[in-house]
Design a protein around this ligand. Structure first.
Ligand code: FES
Length: 140
């Protein structure tokens, strides 16, 4: 793909992914500027509509980054988010687009380098997939 630069929205839990992003910054680690972070109190607050709105708003990919399983500060918020993400993946397939446009990741606040790795990995996945088909439909 030529000069396609994906737009990615990352819904990040304040206790883990967001803190890991902070740590990455402190460590002067760089992650792709394609990733726009949305701070969440817990991924349990993630609503499927947020992802649909992100796609509608021009995102090419969306990921949710929550605490490691078993360490959510609200007990099962990340497990609820995981179910919603899996449901959205199924919906994307039904809509005829790639399920990998949405993913769930889990990490801890101390994993700054892992945050960077995830941002790079997901950006590459979306770059390979190309622009979101929803963009075309919105432009029509
Ligand atoms: Fe981090 Fe729930 S507090 S996912």
């Amino acid at each position: 793909m030529s000069d396609f630069e994906p737009r990615i929205i990352a819904f990040c839990c304040q206790y883990c992914a967001y803190s890991a992003a902070d740590m990455a910054g402190s460590m002067r680690l760089q992650y792709p500027t394609n990733v726009e972070i949305v701070l969440m109190p817990c991924t349990g607050r993630f609503d499927m509509l947020y992802a649909l709105k992100a796609f509608e708003g021009g995102a090419d990919g969306v990921y949710v980054a929550g605490c490691l399983e078993g360490t959510c500060h609200f007990l099962e918020g990340n497990l609820r988010a995981k179910k919603r993400v899996n449901c959205l993946r199924d919906e994307l397939k039904i809509l005829g687009t790639e399920e990998d446009r949405i993913r769930m990741y889990n990490l801890s606040a101390s994993q700054g380098p892992r945050f960077v790795e995830i941002a790079k990995e997901f950006t590459e996945v979306i770059r390979e997939l190309g622009p979101s088909p929803f963009k075309k439909n919105l432009a029509a």
